[in-house]
Design a protein around this ligand. Sequence first.
Ligand SMILES: [Zn+2]
Length: 242
Amino acid sequence: MPNKTASSISEHIEDIESSSSQKLNWLRAAVLGANDGIVSIAGLVVGVASATDNTGVIFMAGLAGVIAGALSMAAGEFVSVSSQRDAERALLIRETKELATNPTGEKEELARIYQAKGLQRSTAALVAEELSAKDAFRAHAEAELGINPDELTNPWHATFASAAAFLTGAAIPLIIILVSPPSWRILVTFSSVVAALALTGMLSAQIGKANMPRATLRVVAGGVIAMITTFIIGKLFNASGI
Ligand SMILES: [Zn+2]
């Protein structure tokens, strides 16, 4: 008996985990988008600011980078989620055809799936029978393909979410470099970006259940390398008087 309780609790936890995994995917994508925005725009504005003191130039370069980055992020996400959705649709269409041409074989297939999940042959057959009588298409979509036909991934949602995440992250270095006193702007931006990346690094480590210090260090290091690299390049151009 205690064994049975333990296994049903762990099954229950699995259910909760799978229903919240979609939410976690969104959160992970949002954190990644914000991270991308912070790092690329920090690198951009630090590089430009190390080549020129002209605030207008820094602003214009930063703004163009923010817009280009958000659009590129949105386009990439739209393409990737659209093709995922196309693949899901194709699978559902194939399933519909199979159900129309071979209903008996499909019922048997459903029974086998439930048998493989641990139901007895007779129970699995009964489950397949009843589910097929109610809504065979939905039963197959969910059990066989793991797709909820009512909730196909919407490419527009993902597109807006990742663009918004990028914009949020990108706004941090852009605003900070513009409002800081000119002689301090690079140092202030550098430290704020390190702090912001430490935050998103810890957040993504928590979401991915990864080793917190190591994951955070990796995220921060990416930003630091980007800023130092563009800083040096900016200084070189500054020194050459372009
Ligand atoms: Zn099927």
